[in-house]
Design a protein around this ligand. Structure first.
Ligand code: ADP
Length: 626
């Protein structure tokens, strides 16, 4: 039979897997068991509405059979099984599962070995211990069974077989032992028992194995020298109690972490674990995790938000979106309730009163947890915020600011005075007495904002400035509009609400200068004013009206040609030598004075991070006066 090739990306990953020096080879069993459990979940779900399945919940099971003689380990389930197409699609490619993309990203950082262990690439991890894998399977509802076989990266074969019942049998032919590796350990009963306890204890279907035990021979019971005999008994290796059903004090954080990693294919440890059990109008248990790292696809469309929804211990929805608000979409977890009917349709679920109540409670719970973390565990909160802060800010902006009250105390901005992230409440609490507004400035990064001429006066007054370095930052503040009755004010606003007396003397007889510059620049600026905020810089641009320069840049980037333009006000520092020089040139050399005006305007554009309309004209201008 001709061998089919794995898809090319899969091949490379397989190679890596097979030759992995990863020490946690043992995780292969967890992966295989978890697949079996998922497959049973699927058939179990069908059995709720389809009597033809002919099985009860208690009939579903997973069986492990070690065979020391032939050095094989067989894992069997009576779940949904696979047809030919499933085999091709699921076991012929790794690339589709997202694991590959993940690994690719990490390959650059050269930490792929660890990733394999932590992330697991499911089924394929079996190649860490097996030289050959046989999968005998039959899908529920199909007549034909199939046998899939592969010895690794060189490909796989699929042929038809006779198989009675639906389900899947996976036979791992273990690799030969080497000086460093003893694969036989995976055939040892105590080792298998240990692995199941460690990784798969909560699996909700029995994991059965024939276990050999010793006992005192019946007829030697009462003698002085009792004799022992071996006997075999089929035993359920796992306790089957879902981890979210166990009391929090009986579960170690390590167990929660393992569950989180396996269930949600995560590589990180949760930064917070929330366990909740509610009895009342609605009754439910929830186990929620706040990740410490954003998944690689978090800020893409690929990422699916939602919690796993169980009803009376049966998984009824993998990703129930309705249970999480968009702004907490990073949360992972499970919710188990008895209050939902098992065969409820998706459409009905959306309007289900119980579900709505649970969702509201969960939202509150998450908010409280984050608030507590911010208060008591700042270091971790900052780590969390580095990963998901952007999401919270999107949350403020979205839905026309509907959630801003809920989220405003969870967001942070970099502060000019503290040189770290601060909350709005911290800012307001230490505002100076004469300070009218909460000031913010926008720019590429903190260093760039530090040197903005517009912030000079604010700095000199000792006012704290919040730095907006991400797209969403300024929108967030504009959506909030105010915090604790203090309005937000951009450093590039024409009115900072500050009286600066020193400048006022120079303002006398400056009208002619301002008119001259305005006439020279024409429509390029809407106004030319004597600056109240500049100290050492000659000029700056400020924006009038509702649109800021950052918004202009943003909109032109996402929607080129949108024509979104902030109204430019050119502010002159009348006591600056360059401006004074221009003023006296008006009398003596008007052409040169015009060049000065043009140059100063271009400089203001550059400082504001806005493009020059004509860069070569600008350099010509400079050269002409040099
Ligand atoms: P993942 O579980 O992350 O999707 P795997 O490589 O572990 O990736 O498995 C790939 C797919 O193969 C599964 O999603 C499932 O569709 C199918 N599969 C694996 N094992 C079984 C099984 N025992 N029964 C039915 N389908 C299975």
């Amino acid at each position: 039979m001709a061998k089919k090739q794995f898809k090319s990306e899969s091949k490379r990953l397989l190679d890596l897997m097979i030759n992995s020096i990863y020490t946690h080879k043992e995780i292969f069993l967890r992966e295989i068991i978890s697949n079996a459990s998922d497959a049973i979940d699927k058939l179990c779900f069908i059995s709720l509405t389809d009597d033809n399945v002919g099985m009860d919940r208690s009939d579903f099971k997973i069986t492990i059979k070690p065979d020391k003689e032939n050095r094989t380990l067989t894992i069997t389930d009576n779940g949904i099984g696979m047809d030919k197409e499933d085999l091709e699609n699921n076991l012929g490619t790794i690339a589709s599962s997202g694991s590959y993309k993940f690994k690719q990203e990490h390959e650059e950082k050269q930490d792929d070995i660890d990733i394999i262990g932590q992330f697991g690439v499911g089924f394929y991890s079996a190649f860490m211990v097996a030289k050959k894998i046989t999968v005998n399977t039959k899908k529920y509802g199909c007549d034909t069974g199939y046998c899939w076989q592969s010895s690794g990266a060189d490909g796989y074969t699929i042929k038809e077989i006779e198989k009675d019942a639906p389900g899947t049998e996976i036979i791992l032919e273990l690799k030969d032992n080497t000086d460093d590796e003893n694969y036989d350990e995976f055939l040892e009963q105590y080792r298998i028992q240990g692995l199941i306890k460690k990784y798969s204890d909560y699996i909700r279907y029995s994991i059965m194995m024939d276990v050999t035990k010793t006992r005192v021979k019946e007829d030697t019971k009462d003698s002085d020298k009792p004799e022992y005999e071996e006997y075999t008994e089929t035993e359920t290796l796992n306790s089957m109690v879902p981890i979210w059903h166990r009391r929090k004090k009986d579960v170690t954080q390590e167990e929660y972490n393992n569950f989180y990693r396996e269930k949600f294919m995560a590589v990180d440890k949760p930064i917070r674990t929330i366990v909740t059990s509610v009895e009342g109008v609605v009754t439910y248990k929830a186990l929620l995790f706040i990740p410490s790292k954003a998944p690689y696809d978090y800020y893409t469309k690929e990422y699916k938000k939602g919690l796993q929804l169980y009803s009376s211990g049966v998984l009824i929805m993998e990703n129930c979106e309705e249970l999480l608000p968009e702004h907490f979409r990073f949360v992972k977890g499970v919710v188990d309730t008895d209050d939902l009917s098992l065969n409820i349709s998706r459409e009905m679920l959306q309007h289900d009163r119980h579900l709505l109540t649970i969702a509201q409670n969960i939202e509150k719970k998450i908010k409280n947890e984050l608030t507590a973390m911010l208060k008591d565990d700042r270091e971790n909160y900052e780590k969390f915020f580095a990963e998901f802060g952007r999401q919270l800010k999107y949350g403020v902006v979205s839905d026309y600011g509907m959630h801003k009250e809920e989220l405003q105390d969870l967001i942070m901005f970099y502060s000019s005075t503290e040189k770290k992230l601060v909350t709005l409440s911290e800012y307001v609490d230490r505002m100076k007495e004469d300070q009218k507004f909460i000031y913010y400035a926008t720019g590429e990064n903190a260093a760039a904002i530090d040197t903005l001429p517009q912030t000079e006066l604010l700095h000199s007054k000792g006012y704290e400035i919040l730095y907006c370095t991400e797209d969403v930052d300024e929108f967030t503040l504009q959506t909030l509009m105010q915090y604790k009755d203090k309005k937000f004010c951009s450093a590039t606003n024409d009115d900072l609400g500050i009286d600066n007396d020193e400048v006022k003397e120079d303002e006398q007889d400056s009208d002619a200068l301002l008119t001259f510059v305005k006439e020279t620049l024409g429509d390029k600026v809407s106004e030319v004013t004597a600056s109240k905020k500049l100290v050492s810089h000659p000029v700056c641009l400020t924006a009038k009206g509702g649109i800021s320069f950052e918004m202009e840049k943003y909109f032109n980037a996402v929607q080129p040609g949108s024509g979104m333009k902030a109204q430019r006000v050119l502010e002159l520092n009348l006591s600056h030598p360059a401006v004074k020089a221009m003023k006296s040139l008006i009398e003596t050399d008007i052409e040169k004075a015009k060049k000065y005006a043009d140059i100063l305007y271009c400089q203001a554009l550059l400082i504001a991070g806005l493009p020059l309309e004509n860069p070569s004209e600008y350099t010509d201008l400079i050269c002409s006066i040099m």
